[in-house]
Ligand binder design. Sequence first.
Ligand SMILES: Cc1cc2nc3c(=O)[nH]c(=O)nc-3n(C[C@H](O)[C@H](O)[C@H](O)COP(=O)(O)O)c2cc1C
Length: 216
Amino acid sequence: MDCPSGHELSEFANALIHSRQNTSPRRLAEPGPSPQQLQAILGTAAAAPDHGQLQPWRFVVVPKAQRARLAEVFGQALLDRDPNATQTQVENAYEKAHRAPFLMLAVAQLIDRDGQTNPAPESDAPYSESTEAEVTDLERLVSFGCAIQNIVLSAHAAGFGTGLTSGQALASPQLRALFDLHENEQAVCCINIGTVTRHKPARLRPTVLDYVSELN
Ligand SMILES: Cc1cc2nc3c(=O)[nH]c(=O)nc-3n(C[C@H](O)[C@H](O)[C@H](O)COP(=O)(O)O)c2cc1C
């Protein structure tokens, strides 16, 4: 795809990136993205860096009609961890599935240790095609994070707020069963999208010097 370039685009990209902030799903109200907006937003995941082009991630949208099933899983996972959880705590767990207008589960696909293929023979080519087994879990997770960031920034550019939510319920057997997760898959977080009802103050961000050094 041809890409416009220049000062204005650079200013826009920087402003977009720096103005994004995580919004709690409690502060995400209707309207959520339209089907057309969603297609554009979700399509940006495909532009994530992806060593070996494995696409080591997938996303599962949970439409409103299915939220009760996710709520049930959140509630049950809490009760399994803490059988003494109060009614309020359980209701709070249920509610997490219903807050944002749009919610989807982000699933990382790590090395499939059962179906693992052998590394490719040595090649003289400067950039040989990587086999699945050569791309480590860390590399896969980097691609996964980039895909999420693309989605989040695209939603932000379209005027929506986004919030990532995780928690112990995502590793529960009930959730794994509900989303039919394969052994090499891990549910990492939910991506919530909606219209921000109340902005939070910008947080103090680290400076370049905090995280960049020079080899000497
Ligand atoms: C994988 C992942 C999971 C997250 N899970 C939660 C969560 O469960 N609850 C929450 O309040 N924020 C969650 N966040 C959002 C972070 O708390 C948020 O990004 C951080 O506070 C920095 O704020 P900012 O994104 O506005 O810069 C998660 C972020 C990531 C990357």
